[in-house]
Design a protein. Structure first.
Lengths: 324, 512
């Protein structure tokens, strides 16, 4: 019994270990299923042009959803990302106003803005102990008020060079996709390899247990929100490059879409579970849906209905699996 | 290393510890000491003060009076983490583990070994493997804790204590959730810890384990110290006597007149449910109070939940007034006339943030509505009448029930079921944690209900309450009915012996 060594493990436990190491088999199953289904049934779906398109359209949602993953694992959430993206897009567009020299200061400014909003959210939740839903709803309303009091349309514009981020390619791969990939890889490392990541799962799983184990729960929660704000900032930078200017509504859809992508990616809102790889799969599922909606010319209202059905069925599937 | 166990200087000493909670003195002048490397059993009935004493030791509670010495030095921990750092680990019945994280991640939570930037997971897994090997426990360090069985989760907690280099490990009723086979391996594990020179404080209800594993035993009763002695100086009869011998603290209402005991209202036949309940048969008649005695984990609460439709059963039959019942949910049980006063009023009995009225009227809304609209006038009258009749004292009608005293909270729970005009009431620990005055009035109320013809099933872990209230006692042990005693047969000793499964044999672990 005491002769357990690395070499004498049996085949079964090795297989089990491999499965343990690949999280969210479920969501990748769904993703592969949808992808293969589309390859067969949707004309032109597999063309290089369309795949590139697909990737390009995943970037904006992907970046903010990665940020959202951190807070959802901590059993929190951020409803303010959408309006904050709008605000940052307008800010960036006005600050650059076509000037190449302002590109770097603008990006830094936007990142500063995003992390600041995240910091405020984190402080309200961790220090004032306001429920995350309410806290971030509050910041949403405040930002929305400021934004709409000053702007009602596209304002400013980006210099040509800045469009490289949204439209450029390195070889066959769009620059945005590379950025998305790097951010995702960094996020996954942060989650699975660092003390912060471990503590994040801890406070999401059981705040009390973590506190008693010496985890600084408030600090971990605040950092998670700062990272979420950072994700929103990156999305803002990317979409302003795509749209060539910012308007006060461009971020609107990202709040609920990012939460949906994270949840479909296998992170329940109750916290303690989740991964960036899962979130990426969740984002890809929604992008593929959008993509085929466009190819098949499905009406906007029907799109909403289908997305709602998919969201509910995937989550119902998870919770069914948990019960067993 | 072995030399230390020969050293007789106590590693831990608690002197004259006193702790009072509002309305009850939990500990009075209790002294307790442990020698290095011993297994020290701490026994006593529920409410004897064992857990309170340990919570004071680890800093979860602060003692009103008394001092604690660790390695001869005075300590006063303010937070369990301080105690942990000083080498005291406690393993509660409720494990403090994250089910979605792996074994090694749980063991090293908050203390993860790091390389330059990243967590050194390789090392973490390796160290976990070493710990588990040391304990001779076979668990894969990368398995999620939620996928492990209870016994294995317990081993993870023990490994965690070991990794913290604890020299005192407190185990709070470690065998309560375990099966017989698992108990044996836990006891073996305790011995291995002892061989490492670790001191074990072993809280238990099960006397056979005391004789099996402990070097010395300390008996607490009603918050006072009865005795500390080597186990070899005790027989199991004497130990039981020390644990339960006492005077009654108040008078109970008179028992039922045999002439007033009527037809069978509830009949349970050969019931099997879950892993816990096996072949349970009994009946309850109109007008009598039937007490259910047994240790925690003997299946009494589980049985109540099955009867009430909160859990399901596989085999057997439940009859109410002769009619076979199979409830799919509590809703159906309530409609049929059942009421369940659960043991945890804060989690299962009350909506703490709501005031009296909505709490009381919740289960009876069905019968006081028209097309979905509540008949508010009637609701108001019923709630007022009941709260007056059982004397619920609230500062105002709007006061949230979380601010009421324990006794008044328990009365609110009772009021809920009185408002439904239930025919069959199940009480689970009806007077746990409430003061003597409220206790007496709840006892009177239970008796009055029985006299009015309501069937009463009363689960209680307090022997005086069982004996003082019950017209008949059913004693459960490990999911079975171990004994049924009439009012002239029930003594504390007989109930305790049946509850510990020592009716047939004396003191040794057996299969039955």
């Amino acid at each position: 019994m005491s002769t357990i060594s690395g070499t004498s493990r049996n085949f079964f436990s090795q297989v089990q270990e491999i499965f343990n190491r690949i999280p969210n088999m479920g969501v990748y199953g769904v993703l592969v299923l949808i992808f293969v289904g589309c390859l067969i049934f949707v004309p032109n779906f597999g063309s290089p042009e369309n795949v590139r398109n697909l990737g390009q359209h995943s970037v904006a949602l992907g970046l903010v959803a990665i940020g959202q993953t951190f807070v959802i694992i901590a059993a929190s959430l951020d409803l303010s990302v959408g309006v904050s993206i709008s605000a940052m897009a307008v800010l960036a567009s006005l600050m650059m106003d076509g000037r190449t020299s302002m590109m770097l200061p603008t990006v830094l400014m936007v990142i500063g803005f995003g992390t600041f909003v995240g910091l405020i959210n984190g402080l309200i939740i961790a220090k004032l102990r306001v429920n995350p839903f309410i806290a971030t709803l509050g910041t949403w309303l405040i930002l929305q008020g400021f934004l709409f009091s000053r702007f009602d349309n596209f304002a400013g514009g980006v210099p040509r060079e800045f469009e490289y981020l949204g439209y450029g390619q390195i070889g066959p791969v769009p620059v945005g996709v590379i950025m998305f990939f790097l951010v995702a890889a960094g996020g996954q490392l942060l989650l699975s390899k660092t003390r912060f990541g471990y503590h994040l799962f801890g406070i999401g799983g059981n705040q009390q247990v973590s506190r008693l184990s010496g985890v600084r729960t408030a600090r971990t929660m605040i950092i998670a929100h700062v990272l979420c704000g950072l994700g929103a900032a990156l999305t803002a930078v990317f979409i302003v490059s795509r749209l060539r200017a910012g308007a006060p509504w461009v971020g609107e859809t990202y709040t609920l879409d990012s939460i949906a992508a994270v949840v479909v990616g296998g992170a329940p809102l109750s916290g303690g579970i989740g991964s960036i790889t899962g979130t990426v799969a969740g984002v890809l599922i929604f992008s593929i849906l959008n993509n085929i909606f466009n190819i098949l010319n499905i009406g906007a209202f029907a799109q909403l209905v289908i997305r709602g059905i998919i969201l509910i069925s995937v989550v119902a599937f998870y919770s069914f699996r948990l019960r067993k | 290393m072995q030399e230390t166990s020969a050293n007789n200087k106590p590693i831990l000493e608690m002197r004259d510890v006193t702790k009072a909670f509002p309305g009850v003195v939990a500990l009075k002048d209790v002294s307790f000491e442990c020698k290095p490397g011993e297994v020290h059993a701490l026994v006593g009935e529920n409410g004897a003060g064992k857990s309170t004493l340990m919570k004071i030791l680890t800093g979860a509670y602060k003692a009103d009076e008394g001092t604690v010495f660790l390695h001869g030095e005075k300590v006063a921990f303010e937070h369990p983490q301080q105690a942990q750092r000083a080498g005291i680990s406690i393993i509660y019945q409720e494990f403090n583990l994250l089910p979605d994280r792996s074994v090694s991640q749980n063991i090293y939570l908050g203390r993860e070994p790091r390389g330059k930037i990243f967590i050194d997971e390789q090392r973490m897994v390796l160290q976990t493997e070493q710990l588990l090997n040391e304990l001779e426990v076979k668990i894969e360090p990368r398995t999620k804790v939620g996928e492990l069985g209870v016994a294995q989760q317990q081993s993870v907690e023990i490994a965690k204590a070991l990794s913290l280099e604890a020299d005192i490990i407190v185990m709070d009723e470690p065998t309560a959730p375990l099966s017989l086979y698992e108990v044996e391996s836990l006891l073996a594990l305790v011995r291995r810890l002892q061989e490492k020179g670790i001191t074990i404080i072993y809280i238990t209800h099960r006397l056979e384990e005391v004789f099996h594993i402990a070097d010395r035993v300390t008996v607490l009763k009603d918050g006072t110290l009865v005795n500390t002695a080597p186990v070899s100086e005790y027989t199991s009869d004497e130990l039981v006597h020390h644990m339960v011998g006492r005077e009654f603290d108040h008078y109970f209402p008179e028992k039922a007149d045999p002439e007033n005991i009527g037809d069978v209202i509830l009949e349970v036949r050969h019931l099997d449910a879950g892993k816990e309940l096996h072949d349970i048969s009994f009946n309850i008649r109109k007008g009598e109070v039937v007490g259910f005695a047994g240790l925690e984990g003997s299946g009494r609460t589980q049985l109540a939940r099955v009867i009430f439709g909160a859990d399901h059963f596989y085999k057997g039959e439940i009859r109410l007034n002769g009619q076979s019942m199979r409830f799919r949910s509590p809703v159906e049980a309530i409609r049929a006339g059942f009421g369940f006063i659960s043991e945890d009023r804060k989690k299962e009995g009350l909506i703490l943030g709501l005031p009296l009225k909505p709490n009381v009227s919740l289960p009876s809304l069905d019968s006081r509505q028209f097309l979905g609209f509540i008949k508010r006038q009637e609701e108001q009258e019923v709630v007022e009448e009941i709260s007056e009749s059982i004397d619920i004292r609230a500062a105002s009608k709007r006061q949230e029930v979380q601010f009421l005293s324990g006794g008044n909270q328990q009365k609110v729970v009772l009021a809920k079921w009185l408002a439904t005009n239930a025919k069959m009431l199940i009480f689970d620990e009806p007077t746990r944690g409430i003061d003597v005055g409220a206790k007496a009035s709840i006892h009177q109320l239970i008796r009055d209900l029985a006299t009015q013809g309501v069937g009463v099933m009363m689960i209680s872990s307090e022997l005086p309450e069982i004996i003082g209230m019950s017209d008949r006692v059913i004693v459960m042990h490990e999911g079975r009915v171990e004994a049924e005693l009439n009012s002239d047969q029930m003594t504390e000793k007989d109930i305790m012996l049946a509850a510990t499964g020592t009716t047939q044999d004396n003191g040794v672990l057996t299969g039955e």
